[in-house]
Design a protein around this ligand. Structure first.
Ligand SMILES: *Cc1c(COP(=O)(O)O)cnc(C)c1O
Length: 316
């Protein structure tokens, strides 16, 4: 089981490579919620999302033999770019398996960071099998998007920085997909602010994490239909679930309409572009999903990678 020392070690490894992102406040948000909110803005992280932290930490731990062969992953989202850039900075090769219908922008960005993109057909091919085959052929190390101790420890550094700046908090709201960010942040929270209640926030359409926490075992669902593409996972990871069961107090859900209202709030009031998944935590606060009146509340804003045309369409 990973613990807070792993997060401290991760912080030392990624220092000077990952950005220390800003912690922002908004009097308007505070007034709306009757609380004191602290937004940890990972939309300003390298590659535009917290995923850089975990990828960078995982690759920093490679042995010489692993560095020789390079790193491999599958992702159509922010983890692809995080691995490509982290590998590039470490001077090693990366291969990223992406679906044929991945947004062109994301494929371009991944190639731009020096990643070798391997396209597969989402409907007829199995990315995990392609991954295993490539790993065997080339000896590359697979770093999955969330179900990995080094990834979890890296993501936890975001909350570590949040608590270092904000001090003790009453509530921490964290977006939840596969659970890398939530697990890492929960470990940091319980170490740095032991009385802080840690809550995961999922899209309403994909509440597998909530179901899993209530049932006491990992529940699998169909690919959820939601605009929160970073949380379109069918189940949380195994490493992640162990940590979540131990340290997370509750998991709540928000609707796509609430995510859109929150994207608008961030753009209008805080002058920043946040992708739908990045709005999960803030949406739970702004829409009263979690009782926070009079409390000091930390909110993980996880990323800002959204196509501008899509963004404009959503908020209009
Ligand atoms: C990946 C991602 C998430 C979900 O993170 P998990 O570690 O899979 O729970 C949330 N927001 C953004 C922007 C992401 O890229």
């Amino acid at each position: 089981m990973i613990d807070y020392r792993d997060i401290e070690a991760a912080a030392a490894r990624i220092a000077g490579v990952a950005h220390r992102t800003p912690l922002l406040t908004s009097r308007t948000a505070d007034a709306l919620c009757g609380a004191q909110l602290f937004f940890k803005c990972e939309n300003f992280q390298r590659i535009g999302a917290f995923k850089f932290r975990g990828a960078c930490n995982a690759i920093a731990r490679f042995t010489d033999a692993q560095r020789q062969a390079g790193v491999l992953t599958y992702s159509s989202g922010n983890h692809a770019q995080a691995i490509a850039l982290s590998a590039n900075l470490a001077g090693i090769r990366s291969a990223i398996i992406m679906p044929h219908d991945a947004p062109a922008l994301k494929v371009q960005a991944t190639k731009g960071y020096g990643g070798e993109v391997i396209i597969y057909d989402r409907y007829t091919e199995d990315r995990e099998q392609i991954g295993r085959q490539l790993a065997a052929e080339r000896g590359m190390t697979l770093i999955p998007p969330y179900d990995h101790p080094d990834v979890i420890a890296g993501q936890g550094t975001a909350a570590m920085e949040l608590f270092e700046e904000a001090g003790q908090l009453d509530v921490l709201l964290v977006c939840l997909g596969g659970g890398g960010l939530l697990a890492g942040c929960a470990i940091a929270a319980k170490a740095l602010s032991p009385h802080c209640i840690v809550i995961g926030v999922e899209p309403e359409a994909g509440n597998d994490g909530q179901q899993s926490l209530r049932k006491g075992e990992i529940v699998h669902i169909a690919v959820p239909d939601t605009i929160a593409d970073g949380a379109k996972v069918t189940h949380v990871g195994e490493h992640n679930f162990k940590v979540i069961q131990k340290y997370v107090d509750d998991i709540v859900t928000v609707s796509d309409a609430q995510l859109i209202a929150t994207m608008k709030f961030f753009a209008e009031r805080m002058k920043m572009v946040v992708e739908p998944t990045g709005c999960l935590g803030a949406a739970a606060a702004l829409h009263g999903i979690v009782p926070i009146e009079g409390k000091r509340v930390g909110i993980l804003v996880s990323g800002g990678n959204v196509d501008l045309a899509t963004f404009a369409q959503m908020i209009s």
